[in-house]
Design a protein around this ligand. Structure first.
Ligand code: KDG
Ligand code: MG
Length: 402
């Protein structure tokens, strides 16, 4: 029996910070798992280094489910983004190893493809409406069939979710930037630019919009109603989801589809949302929701309630995460869409994924395992730099919800 011989944590910042776990077995097979938690990267790196890596040598890499249970239940302290991201890294690396040993792509280990590829959505944004319309057109010309649409809100000094430059990167300075948010200004403006995009591009393009948890349930219900006729693919994160039952009012008020879950880390964050059908899309991801093993459980539960998948896939999810996501996406019957953002070109000096983007969809590679490599020599040239997501304050100075 092969055993795990080494678990190495690689922290690198090619364009942005990434934490990656590399597990090696006594047969010399290696597997990769993403462990990046935006703005809290070193917490996961230390959790892995101090509390997980020492437990792994000598263990059987084949026993993926047992490893998951051992790390989740065995720690006593369950759930939470740091723990679940660390478990995800181990889990993902073991699926990668299992695929390489079996000579199969991970999607085949998961039961085989239920579709050929995973439709993705791109991120169009603009400081002005004309700039936004141009950006949507650019994505359409690139072959995207689904586009998330965000515009800067007039009167605010900055609007989260609007790209600066060519690569979307929400994490910024070495201390969190503080931005002012006005719900009133947003509610006045957003329906107009969404309508303008629908009018220009017609009904053939899927339009998505991210509210970034900024509304109360009542405001979200109002917003969903106002944009109902635009037939959005989804409105994302309309309100914070700690109180799952708060989605009931939004659901009853509007038929605009609801997506939520990029900050979730376990099935317990969305059990009620799914079983009461309070949402249409679950956005939990491989890296933050306990790896392929746990995310598959969430997706399987969602399937029973006609909730589809729409996993988070911003630039803070490394190409290792994206590879794992695409393998899972093509196997689940209730797949909806996959978020996808191009990484900074520097990222590809370190990570070499074999998935391909064409016709607005990601196609998993058919090489054994996940089909992604990490080159440690360039990784060492990009040391960690503290970078934080911004903090939002209301016009009265108090801290706002995300
Ligand atoms: O790390 C946080 C970002 O990934 C997130 O804010 C981006 O909202 C986001 C999205 O939908 O991709
Ligand atoms: Mg989002």
């Amino acid at each position: 029996m092969a055993t795990i011989t080494e678990a190495k944590i690689i922290v690198t910042s090619p364009g942005r910070n990434f934490v990656t776990l590399k597990i090696t077995t006594s047969d010399g097979v290696t597997g990769l798992g993403d462990a990046t938690l935006n703005g809290r990267e070193l917490a996961v790196a230390h959790y892995l280094q101090d509390h997980v890596a020492p437990l792994l040598p000598g263990r059987d890499p084949d026993r993926i489910e047992d490893m998951w249970q051992y790390l989740y239940k065995g720690a006593y302290w369950r759930r939470g983004p740091v723990t679940m991201t660390a478990i995800a890294a181990v889990d993902t690396a073991l699926w990668d190893i299992k695929g390489k040993v079996a000579g199969m792509p991970v999607y085949d280990l998961l039961g085989g493809r239920a579709r050929d590829s995973a439709m993705v959505y791109g991120h169009a944004s603009g400081a002005t409406l004309p700039a936004l319309l141009d950006d949507v057109e650019r994505f359409q010309d690139l072959g995207y069939r689904a586009v998330r649409v965000q515009a800067a809100v007039p009167g605010l000094s900055g609007t989260y979710g609007v790209r600066h430059g060519t690569v979307y990167e929400p994490a910024g300075g070495s201390l969190p930037e503080e931005q002012v948010w006005s719900t009133e200004a947003y509610l006045d403006f957003a329906p107009h630019y969404l309508a303008a995009v629908r009018e220009k591009f017609g009904s053939g393009l899927h339009l998505l919009h991210d509210v970034h948890h900024r509304l109360t349930p009542t405001e979200a219900a109002h917003f969903g109603r106002r944009v109902e006729d635009l037939r959005l693919f989804w409105m994302e994160d309309p309100t914070p989801a700690e109180a799952q039952e708060s989605f009931r009012g939004i659901r009853q008020a509007t038929t605009t589809p609801i997506a939520v879950g990029e900050v979730f880390n376990s099935v317990w964050d969305c059990q009620q949302l799914i079983t009461e059908r309070l949402i249409d899309y679950i956005r939990a991801s491989v890296v933050h929701a306990g790896g392929i093993t746990h995310l598959r459980r969430i997706f399987n539960l969602a399937e029973l309630y006609q909730v589809r998948t729409g996993s988070h896939g911003a630039t803070d999810l490394s190409p290792v995460s994206m590879a794992a996501a695409v393998h899972l996406d093509v196997t689940v019957p209730n797949f909806g869409v996959q978020e996808y953002m191009e990484h900074d070109p520097l990222t590809h000096e370190v990570f070499r994924p074999a998935y391909e983007l064409s016709d607005g969809a990601l196609h998993p590679s058919d090489v054994p395992g996940l089909g992604v490599e990490l080159d440690e020599e360039p990784a060492a040239r990009f040391p960690y730099e503290p970078k934080y997501l911004p903090v939002h304050r209301r016009t009265d100075g108090s801290v706002h919800d995300w």
